[in-house]
Design a protein around this ligand. Structure first.
Ligand SMILES: [Zn+2]
Length: 168
């Protein structure tokens, strides 16, 4: 995100030479640089003890396709804490173990997405109002449902399966 005004004091930003970064937008009132950084998110493939994948439908993202859990990192939180919180909030599942897979840059929304696999023991789903439908899906059925257009769910599923195979 490119800042023009300082989000703290409202002053128009100048530029300042900062080490290796070169010219960076800078507020000389707050003494604070504003880097052109993406927003941080997690993308989480949830796998249960029966080897099923959790898929959810969120109508604000797609009315036809299913995706994996995703969410913004709160300031003050680690990526692992975001994974645990988002999985619980959106699905009611408790993460027992997690594995980092790969990161993705999602250009339309300027997001950097850290992809994880979360291992859980299946529990009843909660009723998140951000989720319109939710299901456990057999691994070989996932391709029928998962979003691949304008969505990182499909590629994250592929990469997670590759990683799980290589770990076996
Ligand atoms: Zn300022």
């Amino acid at each position: 995100m490119k800042f023009i005004y300082c989000p703290i004091c409202g002053e128009k930003l100048s530029e300042k030479n900062i080490g290796d970064e070169g010219l960076v937008r800078y507020c000389f009132t707050c003494n604070r640089p504003y880097f052109d950084s993406p927003s941080s998110c997690v993308e989480v493939l949830i796998l249960n003890e029966h080897n099923q994948i959790l898929l959810l439908k969120q109508n604000y993202i797609s009315k036809t396709h299913w995706g994996v859990v995703s969410g913004y990192v709160n300031n003050g939180e680690t990526l692992e804490e975001t994974v645990i919180r988002e999985v619980l909030e959106e699905t009611g599942q408790e993460v027992e173990k997690m594995q980092y897979v790969e990161s993705y840059y999602f250009r339309p929304n300027e997001l950097i997405m850290a992809g994880f696999i979360a291992f859980v023991k299946a529990k009843p789903f909660n009723n998140s109002n951000e989720v319109d439908d939710i299901m456990w899906c057999e691994i070989d059925e996932v391709n029928k449902y998962i979003a691949r257009v304008n969505n990182m769910s499909g590629i994250h599923f592929d990469n997670s399966m590759k990683l799980l195979k290589s770990l076996r």
